[in-house]
Design a protein. Structure first.
Length: 113
């Protein structure tokens, strides 16, 4: 029983930390997207920073899934497949953010200006 309570405490603290991390990621990506749409070159850096946090968060989630193969773990957290999809999307976003075509698009003056 003590072990179950200890794991429940671990799950709740993990979920609280993961929730705060996801909020930070969302805010960082939103600010980066706004700056990128305004053709500010710092938007690329902020998006890459947000994606870096998302990559780290996905790797931590995968580590939690592999170190605690508990049947109840899926009731508390998402499956490892979701973590892998998040990881792939974050890497793809960083690659596209730093692509040469994005750099050219940022260098162009906006239409009508």
């Amino acid at each position: 029983m003590f072990i179950e309570l200890e794991l429940a405490g671990l799950h709740s603290s993990y979920l609280f930390t993961a929730g705060r991390t996801q909020l930070i990621i969302a805010l960082t990506l939103a600010v980066g997207a706004i700056l990128l749409l305004k053709r500010d070159r710092y938007g690329r850096t902020i998006i890459a920073l947000g994606c870096g946090v998302a990559i780290a968060s996905s790797l931590v989630a995968l580590a939690v899934h592999t170190t605690l193969p508990d049947a109840d773990l899926y009731a508390f957290t998402l499956s490892p497949i979701v973590s892998l999809i998040t990881l792939a999307l974050a890497i793809t976003t960083v690659v596209l953010t730093y692509a040469e075509s994005t750099k050219r698009w940022l260098a162009q003056p906006p239409n009508g200006a």
